[in-house]
Ligand binder design. Structure first.
Ligand SMILES: *Cc1c(COP(=O)(O)O)cnc(C)c1O
Length: 425
């Protein structure tokens, strides 16, 4: 696509956008009586207009039926979570038996590591990206300590080369190979939260398997954002949250994926609870855990229906939009943002910003991380003043994520125009 940094061009793209009506399905935060430019869907996705009625329905059924709501609610609570695998399997690329929606992200990461990080004296290392999201770093560190190893020895980080911001796939693969049979688990974010780099999950998985290691991903910034094909890539396990690109509300229920081959493997230990127990006989309340033969056997507790109702409202919108169409628009929209920023940068006598997100379309999703070389805080404050909701990270990075469900090309144009206006002053 030949982009142009002008308003009528942006409006034209919006006009031709098949998904343009989806913006109306969300509440857009207001700024001085107008829609703000909400570019933080990577942090907390916006609220669907339908969320209230989905939650209200469960409140009404609770009022009407009390405990009988488990069976008599319009969406009975007992099998409520069974509605999710169908919707999510298209988003993460796997079979329905490989998914379960439960708990929260960091909790699930720990539960998955209980199953898949079982270090021995020979094989005890975890390979991850340098600068992973802090919660993941703490999870890994505490798991290593829990098993009696030292984080400095057991956690191996892949860092960018000098002067670079993103990781080179070949460096990741080389490090996995170098540590060989001392590697227990390779664990990466699918998309790095800071740089927005989308890693090559398939190649990383293959490299991990070649040294006999397990490979898992934290997809917090990848799910609902980039195209995933977990099952075919042979990924062993993954987890994600639902409140970022999936728009399911602050602290809403999370999800996990496990490859089918692990699900019925009884040699894999797990922490168990009654909700993972065989459904047919769960209420006999007998001793001896008998697992459900799907990913559901990793469930511990009964399902949080109210947050699941919010999750359902959002996933129904994804389903209606269609994940392929979302990917198409996401590529055009973030491509446009790259173009507009580059164009502004090129107009200056010297570089005023550096985009640290990979330019290559296959190595990124919605997010663009801009390292401001000059006037960083000034630009950010003016953006805020003019109703742009973006994210500032010390020392000088502005992260923005135009998302295909509710952002427009015009918003991308206006974002660029505000930056331009500050540079002109
Ligand atoms: C957002 C995010 C988290 C947050 O974890 P919670 O358990 O949901 O609070 C963890 N890891 C990554 C990579 C994230 O992006």
């Amino acid at each position: 696509m030949e982009y142009k940094n002008d308003l009528s061009f942006a409006k034209q793209l919006d006009e031709e956008d098949e998904l343009k009506s989806f913006r109306q399905k969300f509440f857009i935060p207001q700024h001085n009586g107008k829609d703000s430019i909400y570019f933080t869907g990577n942090s907390l996705g916006l609220q669907p207009v339908t969320t209230q009625s989905y939650i209200q329905q469960e409140l009404d059924d609770w009022a009407a039926f009390g405990v009988e709501g488990h069976f008599q609610a319009r969406n009975p609570w007992m099998p409520y979570h069974e509605m999710f695998p169908k919707l999510l399997s298209k988003i993460v690329g796997c079979q329905e038996n490989e998914i379960v929606v439960m708990n929260h992200l960091t909790v699930n990461l720990h539960l998955l590591l209980v199953s898949f990080y079982r270090p021995s004296n020979k094989r005890f290392k975890i390979i991850c990206e340098a600068g992973a999201f802090p919660s993941d770093q703490y999870a890994l560190e505490s798991q290593v300590l829990f098993h009696g190893f030292q984080p400095e020895e057991a956690i191996i980080e892949v860092a960018p080369r000098n002067g670079e911001h993103s990781l080179q796939t070949k460096d990741i693969l080389a490090l996995i190979k170098e540590h060989g049979d001392s590697v227990a688990v390779v664990l990466f974010g699918g998309v790095n939260y800071y740089t927005g780099q989308f890693f090559d999950l398939q190649k990383i998985t293959t490299a991990a398997h070649e040294v006999g290691a397990i490979c898992g991903f934290d997809l917090a910034h990848a799910v609902g954002n980039v195209a995933l094909d977990l099952h075919n890539w042979q990924v062993d396990f993954a987890c994600w949250c639902s409140y970022k690109y999936l728009n399911s509300g602050p602290g809403s229920v999370a999800g996990i994926y496990l490859h089918e081959k692990h699900i019925t493997d009884t040699s894999i230990p797990k922490f168990a609870g009654w909700w993972g127990y065989k459904k047919e006989t769960r209420f006999k309340m007998e001793k001896g855990f008998i697992p459900i033969p799907t990913a559901e056997s990793w469930q511990l507790s009964n399902a949080p229906i109210l947050s699941m109702a919010a999750h359902k409202a959002a996933l129904d919108i994804f389903n209606e939009a269609g994940i392929e169409r979302l990917h198409q628009k996401r590529k055009l929209l973030s491509g446009y943002l790259h173009f507009v920023l580059q164009e502004i940068n090129n107009r200056q006598a010297e570089n005023i910003m550096e985009i640290i997100t990979p330019a290559n379309e296959t190595e990124r999703g919605c997010q663009v991380s801009i390292l401001m070389l000059q006037k960083g805080k000034e630009v950010f404050d003016e953006l805020t003043k003019q109703g742009v909701i973006a994210d500032w990270r010390e020392p000088n990075v502005i992260r923005v994520a135009p998302v295909p469900l509710y952002n427009s090309y015009e918003e991308v144009f206006r974002f660029g125009a505000i930056i331009q206006s500050i540079l002109n002053t």
